[in-house]
Design a protein around this ligand. Structure first.
Ligand SMILES: C[S@@+](CC[C@H](N)C(=O)[O-])C[C@H]1O[C@@H](n2cnc3c(N)ncnc32)[C@H](O)[C@@H]1O
Length: 262
């Protein structure tokens, strides 16, 4: 199994590197400014690949998969999602404060098509709820990597919690979760906003990810959770019982995390 997954990942990496090279060339030629991104951290990319691939593997192969992400920056994580599956539609939110952001969005729109890439500019605390409401966008996968503060992460997580497709168990990835403010927000939305925490502070790679997929590189630190779908009222269990919607017996945690996603 491991060799097959490695081959798929190697092929994916080649494709996504093509997009990273185009984005990096754009940044370089125009001396644009950008900040930290997925393209700079192979270990984080391997972890995200493992998680998102499993998450979408159970979905209808013809349905559109909506990825909602705060923090577009220079488009590297967007390119990652867009290369992952042709059915993925990317919805991004970003301040646009770095000069690379808008040209990078234009490049990705040209490459993948306007219908698959949309970035909303401005403060996500306001633009996420406004855009979700105006367009009725519903998310299958959520990635939080925008404002790196407690307030910013909390706002993103709470707004996305209200924009999920029925019958979807949405994967939630929160980057830089070792930041105390971000971790506090992640813990706060757990249960209350129907988010079930799977891992907090993944610093090496998700449990059960084949070790030969994990490149030796910089450390990573993200939180992983899933939102329960809006029509699922049976599995919300809050150990504190403070925010419990329904608290029957807790769902037994499966041994493999991808069983837990389905
Ligand atoms: C770490 S970068 C995102 C990296 C990107 N996800 C990637 O891996 O390629 C964070 C981005 O969030 C943006 N940002 C910060 N605060 C924000 C806010 N309140 N609303 C929207 N975007 C914000 C920054 O301008 C920056 O572009």
């Amino acid at each position: 199994m491991s060799r097959a997954i490695t081959a798929v990942f190697d092929d994916f990496k080649r494709r996504v590197q093509g997009s990273f090279d185009e984005l990096n060339a754009l940044v370089e030629s125009h001396k644009l400014v950008l900040t930290g991104n997925l393209g700079r951290n192979p270990r984080q990319m391997a972890s995200y690949f493992w998680l998102t691939s499993h998450s979408i593997s159970g979905m209808d192969s013809t349905a559109t998969i909506d990825v909602c992400e705060t923090g577009f920056n220079s488009g590297h994580s967007a390119a990652f999602f867009l290369e992952l599956d042709p059915n993925i539609r990317y919805h991004g939110w970003d301040l646009g404060e770095y000069t690379a952001a808008k040209p990078a969005a234009a490049l990705l729109q040209k490459k993948y098509g306007d219908k698959r890439v949309n970035v909303v500019w401005g403060d996500a605390k306001k633009t996420v709820p406004a855009h979700l409401q105006a367009t009725q966008t519903k998310c299958d996968i959520v990635s939080v990597d925008g404002e790196h503060t407690y307030e910013g992460a909390l706002s993103d997580l709470q707004h996305f919690a209200r924009a999920l497709k029925n019958s979807t168990t949405a994967l939630v990835l929160v980057d830089d979760c070792c930041d105390p403010g971000i971790l506090k927000a992640f813990k706060q939305v757990t249960f209350k906003d129907r988010l079930i925490q799977w891992h907090s502070k993944v610093q090496f790679a998700p449990e059960d990810m084949p070790r030969d997929l994990v490149p030796v590189s910089r450390s990573i630190c993200h939180c992983i959770g899933r939102y329960l779908s809006p029509d699922d009222t049976s599995r919300v269990h809050d150990p504190d019982a403070k925010h419990a919607t329904v608290a029957p017996t807790p769902t037994p945690q499966p041994k493999k995390w991808w069983q837990w996603l389905s």
